[in-house]
Design a protein around this ligand. Structure first.
Ligand code: NAD
Length: 456
Protein backbone atom coordinates (compact mmCIF):
# COMPACT_ATOMS: atom_id res chain seq x y z
CA UNK A 1 0.00 0.00 0.00
CA UNK A 2 1.18 3.46 -1.01
CA UNK A 3 1.47 5.13 2.38
CA UNK A 4 2.49 2.08 4.39
CA UNK A 5 6.10 3.18 4.93
CA UNK A 6 5.13 6.71 5.92
CA UNK A 7 2.56 5.51 8.41
CA UNK A 8 4.93 2.88 9.81
CA UNK A 9 7.57 5.55 10.35
CA UNK A 10 4.98 7.71 12.16
CA UNK A 11 4.01 4.75 14.40
CA UNK A 12 7.66 4.13 15.25
CA UNK A 13 8.21 7.81 15.99
CA UNK A 14 5.09 8.05 18.12
CA UNK A 15 5.97 4.88 20.05
CA UNK A 16 9.42 6.33 20.79
CA UNK A 17 7.57 8.84 23.00
CA UNK A 18 9.43 11.84 21.58
CA UNK A 19 6.31 13.65 20.37
CA UNK A 20 4.78 13.27 23.83
CA UNK A 21 7.50 15.28 25.52
CA UNK A 22 5.95 18.73 26.17
CA UNK A 23 9.35 20.41 25.71
CA UNK A 24 9.72 18.79 22.29
CA UNK A 25 6.19 19.86 21.31
CA UNK A 26 6.87 23.49 22.20
CA UNK A 27 10.11 23.47 20.18
CA UNK A 28 8.27 22.11 17.13
CA UNK A 29 5.48 24.67 17.47
CA UNK A 30 8.08 27.46 17.64
CA UNK A 31 9.64 26.03 14.48
CA UNK A 32 6.28 26.07 12.67
CA UNK A 33 5.76 29.69 13.77
CA UNK A 34 9.23 30.72 12.55
CA UNK A 35 8.82 28.90 9.20
CA UNK A 36 5.43 30.50 8.55
CA UNK A 37 6.73 33.97 9.34
CA UNK A 38 9.81 33.50 7.14
CA UNK A 39 7.75 32.15 4.23
CA UNK A 40 4.65 34.32 4.47
CA UNK A 41 5.31 36.03 1.13
CA UNK A 42 5.72 32.75 -0.74
CA UNK A 43 2.47 31.50 0.76
CA UNK A 44 0.69 34.77 -0.17
CA UNK A 45 1.88 34.44 -3.76
CA UNK A 46 0.65 30.84 -3.97
CA UNK A 47 -2.88 31.60 -2.77
CA UNK A 48 -3.05 34.61 -5.08
CA UNK A 49 -2.33 32.30 -8.01
CA UNK A 50 -5.05 29.91 -6.87
CA UNK A 51 -7.91 32.38 -6.62
CA UNK A 52 -6.74 35.96 -6.44
CA UNK A 53 -6.81 36.29 -2.66
CA UNK A 54 -4.85 39.31 -1.46
CA UNK A 55 -2.16 39.32 1.22
CA UNK A 56 -4.44 41.44 3.45
CA UNK A 57 -7.36 39.01 3.35
CA UNK A 58 -5.04 36.01 3.62
CA UNK A 59 -3.41 37.47 6.72
CA UNK A 60 -6.74 38.42 8.28
CA UNK A 61 -8.62 35.19 7.64
CA UNK A 62 -5.83 32.62 7.70
CA UNK A 63 -2.48 33.61 9.22
CA UNK A 64 -3.79 35.73 12.10
CA UNK A 65 -5.78 32.76 13.41
CA UNK A 66 -2.92 30.29 12.95
CA UNK A 67 -0.43 32.62 14.68
CA UNK A 68 -2.83 33.26 17.51
CA UNK A 69 -3.35 29.58 18.27
CA UNK A 70 0.34 28.77 17.75
CA UNK A 71 1.32 31.37 20.35
CA UNK A 72 -1.38 30.10 22.71
CA UNK A 73 -0.13 26.52 22.34
CA UNK A 74 3.49 27.59 22.81
CA UNK A 75 2.48 29.27 26.08
CA UNK A 76 0.06 26.64 27.38
CA UNK A 77 1.11 23.20 26.10
CA UNK A 78 3.24 22.36 29.13
CA UNK A 79 0.46 23.32 31.54
CA UNK A 80 -2.32 21.63 29.59
CA UNK A 81 -0.38 18.38 29.27
CA UNK A 82 0.21 18.00 33.02
CA UNK A 83 -1.94 15.59 34.99
CA UNK A 84 -4.76 17.37 36.75
CA UNK A 85 -6.07 16.44 40.19
CA UNK A 86 -9.87 16.24 40.56
CA UNK A 87 -12.13 15.45 43.54
CA UNK A 88 -12.59 11.92 44.81
CA UNK A 89 -15.97 10.56 45.89
CA UNK A 90 -16.66 9.26 49.37
CA UNK A 91 -16.68 5.58 48.42
CA UNK A 92 -13.13 5.85 47.09
CA UNK A 93 -11.58 7.48 50.14
CA UNK A 94 -8.85 7.35 51.09
CA UNK A 95 -7.65 7.95 47.55
CA UNK A 96 -6.94 10.61 44.96
CA UNK A 97 -8.07 11.10 41.37
CA UNK A 98 -6.25 12.45 38.34
CA UNK A 99 -6.78 13.19 34.67
CA UNK A 100 -3.79 12.50 32.44
CA UNK A 101 -4.06 14.19 29.02
CA UNK A 102 -2.37 12.04 26.37
CA UNK A 103 -2.06 12.34 22.60
CA UNK A 104 -4.28 10.06 20.54
CA UNK A 105 -1.38 8.99 18.27
CA UNK A 106 -1.45 9.42 14.50
CA UNK A 107 -3.70 12.21 13.25
CA UNK A 108 -4.87 12.51 9.64
CA UNK A 109 -6.09 15.98 8.67
CA UNK A 110 -7.97 16.32 5.38
CA UNK A 111 -8.60 19.93 4.38
CA UNK A 112 -10.52 21.82 1.77
CA UNK A 113 -9.57 24.68 -0.53
CA UNK A 114 -11.53 27.76 0.53
CA UNK A 115 -9.10 28.68 3.34
CA UNK A 116 -6.29 26.35 2.29
CA UNK A 117 -3.79 27.38 4.99
CA UNK A 118 -6.04 27.88 7.95
CA UNK A 119 -8.16 24.75 7.48
CA UNK A 120 -5.08 22.51 7.36
CA UNK A 121 -2.57 24.23 9.64
CA UNK A 122 -4.90 25.28 12.45
CA UNK A 123 -5.92 21.68 13.24
CA UNK A 124 -2.35 20.51 12.52
CA UNK A 125 -0.80 22.76 15.18
CA UNK A 126 -3.49 21.72 17.68
CA UNK A 127 -2.62 18.07 16.96
CA UNK A 128 1.12 18.75 17.39
CA UNK A 129 0.48 20.66 20.62
CA UNK A 130 -1.43 17.64 21.94
CA UNK A 131 1.62 15.44 21.12
CA UNK A 132 0.45 13.62 17.99
CA UNK A 133 2.22 12.74 14.75
CA UNK A 134 0.44 14.39 11.86
CA UNK A 135 -0.28 13.82 8.17
CA UNK A 136 -2.05 16.66 6.36
CA UNK A 137 -3.88 16.15 3.06
CA UNK A 138 -4.69 19.59 1.58
CA UNK A 139 -7.24 20.03 -1.20
CA UNK A 140 -6.16 19.59 -4.80
CA UNK A 141 -8.60 22.36 -5.79
CA UNK A 142 -6.14 25.02 -4.54
CA UNK A 143 -3.01 23.38 -6.07
CA UNK A 144 -0.53 26.25 -5.58
CA UNK A 145 -1.39 26.64 -1.90
CA UNK A 146 -1.28 22.87 -1.42
CA UNK A 147 2.20 22.69 -3.03
CA UNK A 148 3.43 25.63 -0.94
CA UNK A 149 2.39 23.97 2.34
CA UNK A 150 3.90 20.65 1.23
CA UNK A 151 7.26 22.28 0.32
CA UNK A 152 7.41 24.16 3.59
CA UNK A 153 6.54 21.27 5.89
CA UNK A 154 8.17 18.39 4.04
CA UNK A 155 11.53 20.11 3.65
CA UNK A 156 11.68 21.04 7.33
CA UNK A 157 10.16 18.15 9.29
CA UNK A 158 10.86 14.46 9.67
CA UNK A 159 8.02 12.71 7.75
CA UNK A 160 7.71 10.35 10.70
CA UNK A 161 6.51 13.32 12.72
CA UNK A 162 4.77 15.85 10.45
CA UNK A 163 4.13 15.35 6.75
CA UNK A 164 1.98 16.78 3.95
CA UNK A 165 0.58 14.25 1.45
CA UNK A 166 -0.63 16.08 -1.66
CA UNK A 167 -3.30 14.83 -4.02
CA UNK A 168 -7.02 14.54 -4.61
CA UNK A 169 -9.72 12.09 -3.74
CA UNK A 170 -7.50 9.07 -4.51
CA UNK A 171 -4.89 10.26 -2.00
CA UNK A 172 -7.53 10.52 0.76
CA UNK A 173 -8.85 7.08 -0.15
CA UNK A 174 -5.35 5.54 -0.07
CA UNK A 175 -4.60 7.15 3.29
CA UNK A 176 -7.94 6.07 4.75
CA UNK A 177 -7.06 2.42 4.10
CA UNK A 178 -4.75 2.70 7.10
CA UNK A 179 -5.51 2.92 10.77
CA UNK A 180 -5.21 6.40 12.23
CA UNK A 181 -5.97 7.35 15.82
CA UNK A 182 -7.82 10.51 14.81
CA UNK A 183 -9.26 11.82 11.56
CA UNK A 184 -10.05 15.50 11.25
CA UNK A 185 -11.95 16.38 8.07
CA UNK A 186 -13.11 19.72 6.67
CA UNK A 187 -15.31 19.75 3.57
CA UNK A 188 -18.73 18.85 2.27
CA UNK A 189 -21.34 16.79 4.11
CA UNK A 190 -21.32 14.28 1.21
CA UNK A 191 -17.60 13.53 1.58
CA UNK A 192 -17.94 13.76 5.37
CA UNK A 193 -20.17 10.67 5.25
CA UNK A 194 -17.53 8.77 3.25
CA UNK A 195 -14.85 9.72 5.79
CA UNK A 196 -17.05 8.67 8.71
CA UNK A 197 -17.64 5.26 7.13
CA UNK A 198 -13.94 4.76 6.43
CA UNK A 199 -13.08 5.74 10.02
CA UNK A 200 -15.66 3.30 11.40
CA UNK A 201 -13.67 0.36 9.95
CA UNK A 202 -10.89 1.09 12.45
CA UNK A 203 -13.11 2.66 15.15
CA UNK A 204 -11.15 5.88 14.66
CA UNK A 205 -12.65 8.97 16.28
CA UNK A 206 -13.49 11.73 13.83
CA UNK A 207 -14.07 15.45 13.80
CA UNK A 208 -16.14 16.52 10.82
CA UNK A 209 -16.17 20.21 9.95
CA UNK A 210 -18.89 20.43 7.31
CA UNK A 211 -21.16 23.10 5.87
CA UNK A 212 -24.81 24.03 5.50
CA UNK A 213 -27.17 26.91 4.85
CA UNK A 214 -26.46 29.42 7.62
CA UNK A 215 -29.30 31.89 8.13
CA UNK A 216 -29.00 35.54 9.14
CA UNK A 217 -32.09 36.98 10.80
CA UNK A 218 -32.58 40.74 10.92
CA UNK A 219 -35.30 41.91 13.32
CA UNK A 220 -37.09 45.18 12.69
CA UNK A 221 -35.49 46.95 15.68
CA UNK A 222 -31.89 46.30 14.51
CA UNK A 223 -29.47 49.10 13.64
CA UNK A 224 -29.85 48.47 9.92
CA UNK A 225 -26.82 50.48 8.83
CA UNK A 226 -24.47 48.54 11.09
CA UNK A 227 -26.20 45.25 10.28
CA UNK A 228 -25.82 45.91 6.54
CA UNK A 229 -22.11 46.71 6.89
CA UNK A 230 -21.35 43.57 8.89
CA UNK A 231 -23.50 41.24 6.78
CA UNK A 232 -22.08 42.50 3.47
CA UNK A 233 -18.49 42.08 4.69
CA UNK A 234 -19.12 38.58 6.05
CA UNK A 235 -21.03 37.43 2.99
CA UNK A 236 -18.64 38.67 0.32
CA UNK A 237 -15.41 37.86 2.15
CA UNK A 238 -13.48 35.26 0.13
CA UNK A 239 -16.09 35.80 -2.66
CA UNK A 240 -18.70 34.13 -0.46
CA UNK A 241 -16.65 30.91 -0.34
CA UNK A 242 -16.75 30.75 3.45
CA UNK A 243 -18.31 27.91 5.43
CA UNK A 244 -19.64 30.27 8.14
CA UNK A 245 -20.81 32.98 5.70
CA UNK A 246 -24.43 34.15 5.97
CA UNK A 247 -26.01 31.91 3.34
CA UNK A 248 -29.37 33.70 3.19
CA UNK A 249 -30.94 36.70 4.83
CA UNK A 250 -34.30 36.74 6.62
CA UNK A 251 -35.55 40.22 7.36
CA UNK A 252 -38.69 41.27 9.20
CA UNK A 253 -40.89 42.84 6.55
CA UNK A 254 -41.14 46.40 8.01
CA UNK A 255 -37.31 46.66 7.84
CA UNK A 256 -36.86 45.09 4.38
CA UNK A 257 -36.76 48.22 2.26
CA UNK A 258 -34.47 50.16 4.61
CA UNK A 259 -32.12 47.18 4.99
CA UNK A 260 -31.84 46.72 1.23
CA UNK A 261 -31.02 50.42 0.83
CA UNK A 262 -28.35 50.17 3.54
CA UNK A 263 -26.92 47.05 1.86
CA UNK A 264 -26.84 48.91 -1.46
CA UNK A 265 -24.80 51.73 0.11
CA UNK A 266 -22.40 49.26 1.72
CA UNK A 267 -21.83 47.53 -1.59
CA UNK A 268 -20.34 50.75 -2.97
CA UNK A 269 -17.18 49.71 -1.10
CA UNK A 270 -16.96 46.60 -3.24
CA UNK A 271 -16.54 48.30 -6.60
CA UNK A 272 -14.47 46.26 -9.04
CA UNK A 273 -11.91 49.03 -9.71
CA UNK A 274 -11.09 49.43 -6.04
CA UNK A 275 -10.77 45.71 -5.57
CA UNK A 276 -8.53 45.33 -8.61
CA UNK A 277 -6.31 48.20 -7.51
CA UNK A 278 -5.67 46.41 -4.22
CA UNK A 279 -5.20 43.10 -5.95
CA UNK A 280 -8.13 41.86 -3.94
CA UNK A 281 -10.51 40.50 -6.47
CA UNK A 282 -11.31 37.00 -5.52
CA UNK A 283 -12.18 34.50 -8.16
CA UNK A 284 -14.58 31.61 -7.91
CA UNK A 285 -12.19 28.74 -7.37
CA UNK A 286 -12.93 26.78 -10.58
CA UNK A 287 -15.16 26.69 -13.65
CA UNK A 288 -17.50 24.06 -12.19
CA UNK A 289 -18.30 26.27 -9.18
CA UNK A 290 -18.46 29.39 -11.40
CA UNK A 291 -21.05 27.76 -13.69
CA UNK A 292 -23.03 26.39 -10.73
CA UNK A 293 -23.24 29.89 -9.22
CA UNK A 294 -23.96 31.67 -12.48
CA UNK A 295 -26.93 29.34 -13.06
CA UNK A 296 -28.32 30.38 -9.65
CA UNK A 297 -28.48 34.08 -10.56
CA UNK A 298 -32.19 34.62 -11.13
CA UNK A 299 -32.18 37.79 -13.28
CA UNK A 300 -35.72 38.80 -12.26
CA UNK A 301 -34.76 38.87 -8.62
CA UNK A 302 -31.39 40.67 -8.78
CA UNK A 303 -31.39 43.77 -6.63
CA UNK A 304 -27.63 44.59 -6.71
CA UNK A 305 -24.73 43.15 -8.72
CA UNK A 306 -25.33 40.17 -10.96
CA UNK A 307 -22.45 40.78 -13.40
CA UNK A 308 -20.21 37.83 -14.23
CA UNK A 309 -16.94 37.38 -16.13
CA UNK A 310 -16.40 33.79 -17.20
CA UNK A 311 -12.83 34.31 -18.47
CA UNK A 312 -11.73 35.67 -15.08
CA UNK A 313 -14.18 33.49 -13.07
CA UNK A 314 -15.47 36.62 -11.32
CA UNK A 315 -19.00 37.06 -9.98
CA UNK A 316 -19.79 40.52 -8.62
CA UNK A 317 -21.34 40.55 -5.13
CA UNK A 318 -25.02 39.95 -5.84
CA UNK A 319 -28.12 40.48 -3.73
CA UNK A 320 -31.44 38.94 -4.80
CA UNK A 321 -34.80 39.85 -3.29
CA UNK A 322 -38.34 38.42 -3.10
CA UNK A 323 -36.96 34.92 -2.67
CA UNK A 324 -39.09 32.13 -1.16
CA UNK A 325 -37.99 28.97 0.66
CA UNK A 326 -38.81 26.96 -2.48
CA UNK A 327 -36.44 28.97 -4.74
CA UNK A 328 -33.42 27.07 -6.20
CA UNK A 329 -31.13 29.39 -4.19
CA UNK A 330 -32.64 27.91 -1.02
CA UNK A 331 -32.02 24.23 -1.81
CA UNK A 332 -28.24 23.85 -1.30
CA UNK A 333 -25.46 25.77 0.43
CA UNK A 334 -24.64 28.65 -1.96
CA UNK A 335 -20.89 28.93 -1.22
CA UNK A 336 -20.45 31.98 -3.44
CA UNK A 337 -21.17 35.74 -3.59
CA UNK A 338 -24.97 35.49 -3.94
CA UNK A 339 -27.18 36.70 -1.08
CA UNK A 340 -30.89 35.85 -1.28
CA UNK A 341 -33.15 38.04 0.85
CA UNK A 342 -36.43 36.66 2.22
CA UNK A 343 -38.88 38.96 4.02
CA UNK A 344 -41.01 37.51 6.84
CA UNK A 345 -44.03 38.62 8.85
CA UNK A 346 -44.12 36.16 11.70
CA UNK A 347 -41.01 35.03 13.62
CA UNK A 348 -42.58 31.77 14.87
CA UNK A 349 -43.42 30.67 11.34
CA UNK A 350 -39.87 31.36 10.22
CA UNK A 351 -38.42 29.45 13.16
CA UNK A 352 -40.66 26.47 12.33
CA UNK A 353 -39.39 26.62 8.76
CA UNK A 354 -35.76 26.71 9.92
CA UNK A 355 -36.32 23.73 12.24
CA UNK A 356 -37.32 21.67 9.21
CA UNK A 357 -33.99 22.38 7.48
CA UNK A 358 -30.75 20.49 8.26
CA UNK A 359 -28.88 22.00 11.22
CA UNK A 360 -26.59 24.72 9.83
CA UNK A 361 -23.00 25.53 10.77
CA UNK A 362 -23.89 29.09 11.86
CA UNK A 363 -26.71 31.51 12.51
CA UNK A 364 -26.61 35.28 12.97
CA UNK A 365 -29.23 37.47 14.60
CA UNK A 366 -29.46 41.26 14.46
CA UNK A 367 -31.80 43.11 16.78
CA UNK A 368 -32.21 44.81 20.16
CA UNK A 369 -35.02 42.93 21.89
CA UNK A 370 -33.32 40.50 24.28
CA UNK A 371 -36.31 38.12 24.59
CA UNK A 372 -36.72 37.73 20.85
CA UNK A 373 -33.00 37.20 20.34
CA UNK A 374 -32.86 34.56 23.11
CA UNK A 375 -35.91 32.88 21.62
CA UNK A 376 -34.14 32.49 18.28
CA UNK A 377 -30.88 31.31 19.85
CA UNK A 378 -32.66 28.69 21.96
CA UNK A 379 -35.23 27.39 19.51
CA UNK A 380 -33.00 26.43 16.58
CA UNK A 381 -29.87 24.30 16.62
CA UNK A 382 -26.68 25.35 14.80
CA UNK A 383 -22.90 25.07 15.29
CA UNK A 384 -21.94 28.60 16.34
CA UNK A 385 -23.14 32.12 15.75
CA UNK A 386 -23.21 35.75 16.71
CA UNK A 387 -25.65 38.44 17.80
CA UNK A 388 -25.28 41.70 15.88
CA UNK A 389 -22.29 40.38 13.94
CA UNK A 390 -21.47 37.65 11.44
CA UNK A 391 -18.50 35.27 11.04
CA UNK A 392 -16.43 36.92 13.81
CA UNK A 393 -17.20 34.21 16.41
CA UNK A 394 -14.76 32.13 14.36
CA UNK A 395 -11.94 34.45 15.42
CA UNK A 396 -12.48 34.04 19.17
CA UNK A 397 -10.50 30.96 20.16
CA UNK A 398 -12.25 30.87 23.55
CA UNK A 399 -15.36 29.78 21.61
CA UNK A 400 -15.10 26.12 20.53
CA UNK A 401 -15.79 25.95 16.80
CA UNK A 402 -17.68 23.19 15.00
CA UNK A 403 -20.97 22.02 13.56
CA UNK A 404 -23.91 19.96 14.76
CA UNK A 405 -26.04 17.41 12.93
CA UNK A 406 -25.39 17.62 9.20
CA UNK A 407 -22.95 20.54 9.66
CA UNK A 408 -20.54 18.28 11.52
CA UNK A 409 -19.35 16.92 14.83
CA UNK A 410 -16.54 17.82 17.21
CA UNK A 411 -14.94 21.15 18.03
CA UNK A 412 -11.59 22.90 17.72
CA UNK A 413 -9.82 26.33 18.06
CA UNK A 414 -7.81 27.19 21.17
CA UNK A 415 -8.07 24.70 24.01
CA UNK A 416 -10.89 22.85 22.21
CA UNK A 417 -8.35 22.00 19.47
CA UNK A 418 -5.89 20.60 22.01
CA UNK A 419 -8.72 18.56 23.57
CA UNK A 420 -9.93 17.27 20.20
CA UNK A 421 -6.56 15.61 19.58
CA UNK A 422 -6.18 14.33 23.17
CA UNK A 423 -7.46 11.46 25.23
CA UNK A 424 -8.13 12.28 28.88
CA UNK A 425 -7.10 9.22 30.84
CA UNK A 426 -8.77 8.98 34.23
CA UNK A 427 -6.81 7.46 37.09
CA UNK A 428 -7.89 6.64 40.62
CA UNK A 429 -4.96 6.20 42.99
CA UNK A 430 -5.36 4.34 46.27
CA UNK A 431 -3.01 3.73 49.19
CA UNK A 432 -2.61 0.15 50.49
CA UNK A 433 -3.74 1.14 53.94
CA UNK A 434 -7.26 1.72 55.30
CA UNK A 435 -9.88 -0.10 53.29
CA UNK A 436 -13.60 -0.27 54.17
CA UNK A 437 -14.25 -4.01 53.96
CA UNK A 438 -17.99 -3.72 53.29
CA UNK A 439 -17.29 -3.87 49.54
CA UNK A 440 -16.40 -7.57 49.85
CA UNK A 441 -18.56 -10.68 50.41
CA UNK A 442 -20.46 -11.89 52.23
CA UNK A 443 -23.02 -9.40 50.99
CA UNK A 444 -25.55 -8.28 53.61
CA UNK A 445 -28.53 -5.93 53.78
CA UNK A 446 -26.80 -3.59 56.25
CA UNK A 447 -23.84 -3.34 53.86
CA UNK A 448 -26.18 -2.32 51.07
CA UNK A 449 -27.66 0.42 53.25
CA UNK A 450 -24.21 1.85 53.90
CA UNK A 451 -23.30 1.55 50.23
CA UNK A 452 -26.40 3.54 49.31
CA UNK A 453 -25.22 6.34 51.57
CA UNK A 454 -21.70 6.25 50.18
CA UNK A 455 -22.41 5.88 46.49
CA UNK A 456 -25.40 8.10 45.68
P1 NAD B 1 -14.92 18.32 -0.59
O1 NAD B 1 -15.73 17.69 0.47
O2 NAD B 1 -15.20 18.00 -2.01
O3 NAD B 1 -13.36 17.99 -0.38
C1 NAD B 1 -12.71 18.15 0.86
C2 NAD B 1 -11.52 17.21 0.90
O4 NAD B 1 -11.95 15.87 0.73
C3 NAD B 1 -10.49 17.46 -0.17
O5 NAD B 1 -9.19 17.35 0.39
C4 NAD B 1 -10.74 16.35 -1.19
O6 NAD B 1 -9.58 15.96 -1.89
C5 NAD B 1 -11.24 15.22 -0.32
N1 NAD B 1 -12.18 14.33 -1.01
C6 NAD B 1 -13.04 14.65 -2.01
N2 NAD B 1 -13.76 13.56 -2.35
C7 NAD B 1 -13.35 12.55 -1.56
C8 NAD B 1 -13.74 11.17 -1.43
N3 NAD B 1 -14.68 10.64 -2.20
N4 NAD B 1 -13.12 10.43 -0.49
C9 NAD B 1 -12.17 10.96 0.31
N5 NAD B 1 -11.77 12.26 0.21
C10 NAD B 1 -12.35 13.03 -0.70
O7 NAD B 1 -14.90 19.86 -0.31
P2 NAD B 1 -15.73 21.02 -0.99
O8 NAD B 1 -17.12 20.55 -1.26
O9 NAD B 1 -14.99 21.62 -2.05
O10 NAD B 1 -15.75 22.02 0.29
C11 NAD B 1 -16.76 22.88 0.49
C12 NAD B 1 -17.59 22.47 1.69
O11 NAD B 1 -16.79 22.48 2.85
C13 NAD B 1 -18.74 23.42 1.95
O12 NAD B 1 -19.87 22.66 2.30
C14 NAD B 1 -18.25 24.21 3.15
O13 NAD B 1 -19.27 24.75 3.94
C15 NAD B 1 -17.46 23.18 3.87
N6 NAD B 1 -16.49 23.82 4.75
C16 NAD B 1 -16.62 23.67 6.09
C17 NAD B 1 -15.74 24.30 6.94
C18 NAD B 1 -15.86 24.17 8.43
O14 NAD B 1 -14.96 24.63 9.11
N7 NAD B 1 -16.91 23.59 8.96
C19 NAD B 1 -14.71 25.08 6.42
C20 NAD B 1 -14.61 25.21 5.05
C21 NAD B 1 -15.49 24.57 4.21
Amino acid sequence: MEYEKLIESQRTFFDSGQSKDPGYRVEQLKKVLRLLRENEDTLYRAIYKDFGKSAYETYLTEFALIYHDLKLYIRQTKRWSRRKRVRTNLANLPGSSYIYPEPLGLALIIGTWNYPYQLTLLPAVAALAAGNCVIVKPSEIAPESSAAIARLINSNFDPGYFHVAEGGRETSIALLEHRFDKIFFTGSSAVGRIIYEAAARHLTPVTLELGGKSPTIVLADADLKVAARRIVWAKFLNAGQTCVAPDFLLVERPAEQALLEAIGKEMERYKAEVDKEWGNYLRIVNTRHFERLRALIDRDKVCFGGQTDAAERIIRPTVLKNIGFDHPLMQEEIFGPLLPVLAFDDLDTVLDQLKKMPKPLSCYVYGRNHQRIEKILRSISFGSGAVNDSVMQFANSHLPFGGVGSSGMGKYHGYAGFATFSHFKSILRKPFRLEPLIKYPPYRKWKMKIMRLLLE
